[in-house]
Write a protein that binds this ligand. Structure first.
Ligand code: ADP
Ligand code: NI
Length: 195
């Protein structure tokens, strides 16, 4: 999708996340956008523009990064871009349903929200998921064993909780990589520390 609005949204989030060190930088958003469009292409009933905008703006009002309320950063972009009120509502609904902790594990209500949630989860597993976890840990002073605990408490559960068929398929290799990483980590740890 090469619409100008998509280009503008990419520029907007690139500026918004400039210098963000905790694994939520603009490249995370761009990977989520890419994976969301890949999944959307296998879901004929979805609204691709809503998926694209929700993916690009999904972390624009994350409470861990910004002090905004009611999706103010996302709304600012959408209103400046003259997106109609119905689509603004759909995009905000999708964004609000993506976060796992905020929704206590409930599935997003809309197909567009489900697609963006799957795309966000794909970026939390695989080699990129490993890298982001330690980036987050470094930025927030989570010790290494805390990061390893996060794999067990959250990341290993994600592949079995995907919403879409394509999301499930894309998660298989990434999940296998997480398992392989942990196995090797624990092997080296046991070899040296006997833990
Ligand atoms: P998103 O909002 O993109 O879904 P999160 O905000 O939950 O993701 O987390 C961002 C990144 O930081 C993810 O890769 C996640 O695994 C990692 N992360 C979140 N919480 C912790 C933690 N307590 N320890 C280590 N890494 C974490
Ligand atoms: Ni995200």
């Amino acid at each position: 999708m090469t619409d100008t609005i998509i280009q503008d949204a990419i520029e907007y989030v690139t500026q918004l996340f400039d210098g963000e060190p905790s694994g939520h930088d603009a490249s995370h958003t761009l990977r989520v956008y890419h994976n969301a469009m890949l999944i959307a292409s296998t879901e004929p009933d979805c609204d691709e523009m809503t998926v694209a905008l929700a993916a690009l703006l999904h972390d624009a009002d994350d409470y861990k990064l910004f002090l905004t309320t009611d999706y103010a950063n996302a709304r600012t972009f959408l209103e400046n871009a003259q997106v109609g009120p119905e689509r603004v509502a759909d995009v905000c609904e999708a964004i609000g349903s993506v976060s796992f902790s905020k929704n206590r594990g409930r599935r997003p209500r809309t197909l567009e929200g489900r697609i963006v949630q799957d795309a966000d989860r794909l970026d939390a597993i695989g080699a990129i998921g490993v890298a982001r976890t330690f980036m987050f840990g470094g930025a927030r002073e989570v010790p290494m064993d805390g990061c390893i605990r996060h794999f067990h408490e959250k990341l290993l559960l994600l592949a079995s909780e995907m919403n879409t068929e394509a999301g499930r398929r894309l998660a298989v290799e990434r999940h296998a990589f997480l398992m392989a990483f942990l196995e090797e980590f624990e092997r080296e740890q046991a070899e040296t520390l006997g833990e």
